[in-house]
Design a protein around this ligand. Structure first.
Ligand code: PA5
Ligand code: NI
Length: 187
């Protein structure tokens, strides 16, 4: 027998770069993040087209039971005193969980349940994050390098951004050159 060895997609662990598969890419820029950061005036003063994060994912089947795999590259930076972060979301299918793996850089994963109770996990190369169902999630880059994290989630999960219209209940800012966590006023 002459087996055919399939070449699978690859992730370069050090950089998070995906290859060898059909890929989808999406950039999220300053102009896409109105109302997400506490200092909206500071956001408006930044260049509209500056990329805050890129997501690269394998273009796999969206069918029930399938899994999506993607890497988020969250760049270092701040809007006012608040560190760059992803928009954050619940899954449309609330019961569906997700796993994040830290690849490079350093930051935090903000997790919040439907009662508004939040917690923060440190993200670093090698960290593993089990995000249960019914839990909103957001990455925050508190470091000076790109924060890259690999994620695997059910294809049927979907993203619900609207449910977080009041935001998360914690904000992560830089104060006196250190990382500070504050209760959000609106969240
Ligand atoms: O599925 C995920 O949770 C991630 O791939 C996120 O979608 C990614 O980090 C971008 O964040 P958001 O979808 O909140 O803009
Ligand atoms: Ni998700």
């Amino acid at each position: 027998m002459n087996p055919i060895f399939i070449q699978p997609p690859q992730v370069a662990w050090a950089s998070g770069a995906l290859s060898e598969g059909p890929l989808l890419r999406k950039s999220t820029r300053i102009q896409d993040l109105a109302g997400i950061f506490v200092d909206e005036q500071a956001r408006q003063k930044m260049p509209d087209d500056l990329i805050v994060y890129d997501v690269e994912m394998l273009a796999t089947s969206p069918a029930e039971g399938e899994l999506y795999t993607g890497v988020t590259h969250l760049y270092p930076g701040k809007i006012g005193h608040e560190y760059f972060m992803t928009r954050g979301h619940f899954h449309n299918r609330r019961e569906q969980g997700e796993v994040y793996f830290g690849l490079r850089g350093s930051g935090l994963l903000l997790l919040q349940n439907e009662q508004g109770e939040a917690r923060l996990e440190r993200v670093f190369a090698g960290s593993v994050h089990i995000i249960p169902g019914f839990t909103a999630h957001r990455l925050i880059n508190t470091g000076d390098d790109v924060l890259s994290a690999l994620a695997v989630w059910p294809a049927v999960a979907g993203h619900d951004y609207a449910a977080l219209a009041n935001g998360f209940s914690l904000r992560v800012i830089e104060e006196n050159q250190s990382v500070q966590v504050k209760e959000a006023k609106n969240g």
